[in-house]
Design a protein around this ligand. Structure first.
Ligand SMILES: Cc1cc2nc3c(=O)[nH]c(=O)nc-3n(C[C@H](O)[C@H](O)[C@H](O)COP(=O)(O)OP(=O)(O)OC[C@H]3O[C@@H](n4cnc5c(N)ncnc54)[C@H](O)[C@@H]3O)c2cc1C
Length: 418
């Protein structure tokens, strides 16, 4: 007798992929087998990466897939997929293992791009993964430690060149005035002062510059939000340079179109593009931003058993976790409906809410027409974070995550473990 089992393979254990698997599990269809393949054994909670840069333990933004799926029938395999054969309905991992599917959900997310600007990929610090955040944190702590060590060694003759370098070393340049760049600038404005205090450095040596090629920060959001966030950043002593495009980076110098800045720390928060596996796959058509063109069911044209969700799909709100999550929910439902012979409905695009934290206990929030700023905005964002954790983890674990987050945030940097 022919087997009725349908195998769903989800590639990518991030926001979209995990949500799809969890919702498929909830439907508990007896003929459904769900396999999640991801190159990392955890989900990275990107919205709080900026807090890892300022010393929050990375365990607070890393949700182990094992915990998320414990006690469920979702099978999780840690493997990097490097080939998608859509014609023969198989995918292949770097280990050489091949997997066959009936339904394939691609939720591969995005990756940093440096737009081929010379020097950037070698010298700058991107902020896309937990490893990026930890690398930047280590770099900053080392920069600020230098001064203290030299005091301890009682070095009296400081060469002029060394002195200049010390000043440059407290100069942080963040490229990209979008959400990632602005929240990081606000956070670093406070964190670097903490580091200076700990290392007995005069905080007036610190300079934080936020550079953007557009006419305002947060240019994808309404102007009144940009204005408020701009003012908030200025209050935190962040310098903002607009209409400036980066052309080149060298050691100690970053070259903008009409300006050069001396620095040892350039953070690149201005470019991501969809995972390059999409572009390497035969049978997928891409838009000008290299996102996969999908129809109203989030399927690439003519491919009935494949879905592309999250950052990789060419849809109006791609690039947000909320979009990836709602698409994951939708695709789980569509797969369930397909195998149950029920009617299929197109995906409804919903504008996501925005909550941008800028420095301690302050956030700008936009939910539809509603705007909120300050402490209330901050608490709303924390609430959204809790909602996310509780939707992914057992209640006790989600609660423990949140308690630890609040505690970490009120500790000075030296007391934050990993
Ligand atoms: C610093 C930062 C802050 C952000 N803040 C917010 C915010 O506040 N609010 C918001 O809504 N959005 C935010 N975003 C955007 C949000 O994180 C993304 O839109 C979201 O992660 C997209 O979900 P996804 O499922 O498409 O991809 P991801 O969540 O990135 O998941 C992709 C998964 O695929 C895995 N993978 C990649 N390649 C392979 C492969 N070849 N084989 C197997 N597995 C693979 C990855 O390891 C990852 O687990 C932020 C992003 C960043 C970088």
């Amino acid at each position: 007798m022919e087997s009725l089992t349908r195998k769903v393979i989800i590639v990518g254990g991030g926001f979209g992929g995990v949500r799809t698997a969890l919702d498929l599990k909830k439907k508990s269809h007896p003929d459904l087998e769900v396999l999640l393949v991801s190159d990392k054994p955890y989900l990275e909670y990107h919205p709080s990466l900026y807090r890892v840069v300022s010393g929050e333990p990375y365990s607070r933004v890393r949700l182990p897939l094992e915990q998320i799926f414990s006690g469920t029938r979702v099978k999780v395999i840690e493997e990097r997929i490097n080939q998608l054969d859509l014609e023969n309905k198989t995918i292949t991992g770097v280990s050489g293992s091949r997997y066959e599917y009936d339904f394939l959900v691609l939720a591969l997310g995005s990756q940093t791009t440096f737009f081929e600007i010379p020097g950037l990929s070698q010298l700058s610090f991107p902020l896309k993964t937990i490893s990026d955040a930890l690398r930047l944190n280590t770099h900053l702590r080392e920069l600020f430690r230098t001064r203290r060590e030299s005091i301890e060694e009682d070095v009296e003759d400081i060469e002029e060149e060394e002195d200049v370098q010390r000043i440059h070393s407290k100069h942080i340049v963040i490229i990209g005035g979008g959400e990632t760049g602005t929240e990081l600038a606000g956070q670093l404005a406070v964190y670097t002062k903490d580091l200076a205090k700990m290392n007995e450095i005069d905080p007036s040596q610190i300079t934080i510059d936020l550079i953007d090629s557009g006419t305002r920060v947060l240019k994808r959001l309404p102007e009144n939000i940009s204005r408020k966030v701009h003012r908030r950043l200025r209050l935190l002593d962040v310098n903002i340079f607009l209409n400036r495009r980066v052309v080149r980076e060298e050691i100690r110098n970053i070259y903008l179109k009409d300006m050069t800045l001396k620095t040892l720390t350039v953070v690149w928060a201005a470019g991501v593009q969809p995972n390059d596996l999409y572009a390497r796959t035969k049978g997928l058509s891409l838009d000008e931003r290299k996102r996969v063109l999908v129809d109203e069911f989030l399927q690439p044209g003519g491919l009935q058993d494949i879905f592309v969700i999250g950052d990789g799909g060419s849809t109006p709100y791609s690039g947000t976790a909320q979009n990836a999550i709602s698409q994951g929910r939708y695709v789980a439902d569509i797969i369930f409906r397909s195998i149950s012979g029920k009617t299929l409905f197109p995906f409804v695009h919903k504008e996501p809410a925005h909550a941008i934290p800028v420095g301690p206990k302050w956030a700008a929030v936009k939910i539809g027409r509603l705007r909120l700023y300050g402490r209330l905005g901050w608490w709303l964002r924390e609430l959204a974070t809790f909602r996310f954790f509780i939707s992914m983890l057992p209640p006790g674990k989600a609660w423990a995550f949140m308690i630890k987050r609040q505690r970490d945030f009120s500790l000075p940097p030296r007391d934050r473990g990993t």
